[in-house]
Ligand binder design. Structure first.
Ligand code: ADP
Length: 628
């Protein structure tokens, strides 16, 4: 094909962000320069998908006889590489907007990710794609000749050296689609070698669903892997396909390949990656599953086909029940898509449950990375809550540190009289075990789940129950624990010895309530405490102290005080002493009562005013050191 040259160019400035991006691309990204080809091929493939979609919707398109493919030519002597697609093409306005600004997903995401990734793992940048501007990693000048598929377009050439400006000029007589001509930099001459080009295509673009031809010979696989029977796909092919769609370098953690006919005809190939990039601090993960209908791409990275909390999945879903000409905008409201979403989610949840049983260690690795997404699902996805609940894992008083149980494990080993599932939140296992909330459970040998993340209590409160058993936080005021054999034994050993009698305890509680006034709702004698003097509990069963802390931190105005009950332990020497001190020196006894409440609030993870606390504790220390 003879190259056309453009006449009468008009010059434009790149948008400021593009200039910045180009500066980074040209001067700092050397490590993975070969991905420029992946980026340009994938733009070409997108353009071909768009054309295919467009040609279903519209009656007449320009050059409709052209085969849908990508051609790559190179000239080692002239140091050029040319990538041509017969896709949807761009008219003048599109060339100016698309290749002069960062308005588009790929490069825009790259830009924000780059800022986030600064000083992090630079090789991860390849995961996100640089888009068209990647061409300037290897080229000192780039020309883009393009002609839209619309009948009224004549063809234009865009040209730039990446240094702040670009030009556009008419370029009549060209075919539909886009031709990108790169003049390679001195140190990038290797990319004009046929063998290099073929290797790069094989490595990054093997599964592009249109032929990629080098000198007329198709280099890639083209075939839709997900549509083939499982028995005809090798492990290597699966892994390569995963790497292709996820831009990944590693193998996936899990793979689910299935086909159904009812209630919908679906072919799906889904992958769970090894790593959660959100967890690594790369910002919010975008959905990564592409929606096809009979091997025609309907929507890339579809947000409609899976719930948002499954955005970490990568893969392909193909359903021939979808209308081929469905517009992307209509996907969100389409009833079939909603049904597809439901079927896929159910199937995936079942798959994960099977994996948890069959490969517990692998599942643990999954849980560590992606557990947070399941928790998000438990809170946000009402329809799938019971299935998600089965997949949750937590540490408990009966696990070793760092090991977890499922709610089903817990339920399966509950004590005879136990009817409920208990949990308590804390910043760490050690903090929980040293605190007052677990005493009553230890004494009864009741298992209690440790919820170590702030979101956990929201998860439990949304679930409400598991397998018919209520999920109760150990800081509830109305908690009534079953009398297990272990508790009875402990009781028999200790007896009532050393305790304030009931009358004295009640009188002390009443007095403390007066002293503490509006800071508490009620002061009561505790039935749950064993070794600690006092504990703060929530009379309102719904809100746990941990949830309260989160909500306060997020500025949701909650009343500071007066919403808690203080339970006191009449067996504890401190309370016995306090009963006597109240008679001897009521003023000082008040100071002690205030301190007991503050200490209990701190143990509940709630904040108290440190100035008041410190000042008061000095007063107490001063008195206790007097005369020594
Ligand atoms: P992204 O592909 O992530 O949107 P790019 O910077 O790679 O970002 O491309 C910007 C836009 O330019 C694309 O969204 C597309 O509209 C257009 N474009 C790029 N390459 C082509 C091509 N080969 N054919 C048609 N349009 C293209």
């Amino acid at each position: 094909m003879a190259e056309k040259t453009a006449a009468h160019p008009e010059t434009f400035e790149f948008q400021a962000e593009v200039k910045k991006l180009l500066d980074i691309v040209i001067h700092s990204l050397y490590t993975e320069r070969e991905i420029f080809l992946r980026e340009l091929i994938s733009n070409g493939a997108d353009a071909l998908e768009k054309y295919r979609h467009q040609s279903v919707l519209e009656e007449e398109t320009f050059d409709s006889h052209l085969p849908l493919e990508i051609n790559i030519e190179a000239d080692e002597e002239k140091k050029t590489i040319t990538i041509t697609d017969t896709g949807i093409g761009m008219d003048r306005g599109e060339l100016e907007a698309n290749l002069g600004t960062i308005a588009h997903s790929g490069s825009k995401t790259f830009f924000t990710r780059l800022a986030e990734a600064e000083r992090k793992d630079v090789h991860l940048i390849g995961q996100f794609g640089v888009g068209f501007y990647a061409a300037f990693m290897v080229a000192d000048s780039v020309r883009v000749q393009s002609r839209s598929c619309r009948m009224d377009d004549q063809g234009h050439e865009w040209a730039s050296e990446g240094a702040g400006t670009f030009s556009i000029a008419p370029c009549p007589g060209i075919r539909r689609g886009t031709k990108i001509i790169l003049h390679l930099k001195e140190d990038a001459a290797e990319f004009a070698r046929e063998a290099t080009i073929k290797r790069i295509i094989k490595q990054y673009s093997n599964f592009v669903s249109f032929p990629i031809k080098v000198k007329g010979e198709t280099v890639n696989t083209v075939q839709a892997v997900w549509a083939k029977p499982k028995s005809e796909i090798t492990e290597e092919e699966y892994t390569d396909f995963y790497k292709f769609i996820a831009n990944g370098v590693e193998e996936p953690l899990f793979r689910l390949h299935f086909a159904t006919d009812a209630p919908l005809a679906i072919k799906a190939l889904l992958f769970v990656p090894k790593e959660n990039f959100e967890r690594l601090g790369f910002g919010r993960t975008e959905p990564g599953v592409n929606l096809y209908c009979q091997k025609v791409l309907i929507e890339q990275h579809s947000a409609a086909i899976l719930p948002e909390w499954l955005r970490f999945l990568r893969g392909v879903v193909d359903s021939e029940d979808l209308p081929l000409n469905i517009s992307r905008q209509a996907l969100q409201d389409n009833a079939l898509v909603a049904k597809l979403n439901k079927v896929l989610t159910k199937r995936l949840l079942k798959f994960l449950e099977e994996q948890a049983a069959a490969e517990p260690e692998k599942y643990t690795a999954f849980w560590e990375q992606f557990g947070i997404f399941l928790k998000e699902g438990a809170v946000s996805d009402f329809a799938h809550r019971p299935e998600i609940a089965k997949l949750l894992r937590f540490e408990s008083s009966k696990t070793e540190p760092g090991k977890t149980v499922s709610l089903a494990d817990y339920a399966g080993r509950m004590q005879e009289r136990q009817k409920e599932i208990y949990y308590i939140n804390g910043p760490s296992r050690e903090a929980i075990e040293a605190g007052p909330y677990v005493e009553a459970f230890k004494r009864r040998e009741l298992e209690i789940i440790y919820t170590l993340e702030p979101i956990d209590d929201f998860v439990f409160s949304h679930l409400g129950e598991f397998d018919g058993k209520r999920l109760l936080s150990a800081d509830r005021g109305d908690l009534e624990l079953p009398e297990t054999p272990a508790a009875q034994e402990a009781e028999a050993e200790k007896g009532g010895e050393g305790s304030l009698d009931q009358e004295a305890a009640q009188s002390l509680a009443k007095w403390m309530q007066e002293v503490l006034g509006p800071r508490v709702k009620e002061v009561r004698e505790s039935k749950r405490l064993v070794d600690s003097p006092a504990i703060v509990v929530n009379p309102d069963g719904f809100l746990t102290s941990s949830m309260e802390r989160v909500m306060r931190a997020s500025g949701q105005g909650l009343q500071e005080f007066g919403s808690k009950n203080l339970e006191i332990n009449p067996r504890h020497p401190l309370l016995r002493n306090l009963a006597a001190l109240r008679e001897a020196d009521e003023d000082f006894a008040r100071t002690v009562a205030e301190q007991i409440l503050d200490n209990a609030l701190i143990q509940a993870g709630l904040t108290v005013d440190p100035r008041i606390l410190v000042e008061r504790s000095y007063r107490i220390l001063e008195r206790s050191t007097k005369g020594s």
